[in-house]
Design a protein around this ligand. Structure first.
Ligand code: ATP
Ligand code: MG
Length: 205
């Protein structure tokens, strides 16, 4: 997860995607490279031990990923990063089979995400923008943002709406698909996960 913009939804999507993946049989490891530690704190709130949280510094990321790959058990590693692109985030991007770039439909987010996308283009790593915190009442703005994003790079064809279930699930140490399994928020995350899984099948190393 990467976005050169605080609050775009990196941690929210990281946690809910990790849970959705576990629910469909993946063996998931979660890594938090953000000094803020929001993903780590979420995993501490979490009551089930189905997602393994691995504390690691950026300098140790590649070695940890290699160990997990060699060990052959883990099928998905979700890495959350900070909202400021520094050397740590670059390490995560370099090692990503697919970088997800959450973007709110706002000019400031669009400008910031363009820089993250440029970084990924330079690193030649696959990525996709994910429109997050969209609002039905502002559908024209969402359409404008989608049009602007496809000009820059690959865009997830769905979107994740602004819904309080995401805040509640985060507070409970859960993903939305377990917090409110039959809800629009859960449906949207489930769809995003299926799409991500398909992409990882194409690009995974
Ligand atoms: N789809 C959504 N619906 C409702 N609230 C959301 C949604 N996505 C994110 N949020 C809320 O927006 C805020 C920022 O989200 P989050 O912490 O996931 O962003 P972030 O990109 O990880 O931020 P940072 O750069 O600070 O790490 C949080 O309060 C979160 O609960
Ligand atoms: Mg975060």
């Amino acid at each position: 997860m990467a976005a050169q913009k605080g609050g775009a939804g990196k941690t929210t999507l990281a946690t809910s995607l990790a849970v959705a993946a576990v629910q469909t049989g993946e063996i998931v490891v979660a890594i938090d490279l953000d000094p803020q530690g929001s993903l780590r704190e979420w995993s501490e709130r979490r009551e089930t031990a189905d997602i393994v949280f691995r504390p690691v510094e950026a300098a140790g990321l590649a070695a940890l990923l290699k160990r997990l790959r060699d060990h052959g058990k883990t099928t998905l590693v979700v890495v959350d990063t900070a909202g400021v692109i520094g050397p740590e985030v670059t390490v995560a991007l370099q090692n990503a089979d697919l970088a997800l770039l959450p973007v709110r439909p706002s000019l400031l987010d669009l400008t910031a995400t363009r820089r993250t996308a440029e970084r990924l283009e330079a690193l030649k790593r696959p990525y996709a923008f994910v429109l997050n915190q969209t609002q039905a009442a502002a559908s024209a703005r969402v359409e404008d943002a989608a049009e602007a994003l496809v000009e820059i790079g690959p865009l997830y064809p769905g979107s994740i709406a602004l819904r309080t279930d995401h805040l509640d699930a985060m507070a409970m140490g859960m993903g939305v698909t377990e917090w409110r399994p039959r809800s629009p928020a859960a449906d949207e995350i489930g769809e995003l996960w299926q799409w991500v899984k398909g992409k990882l099948g194409e690009t995974g190393r």
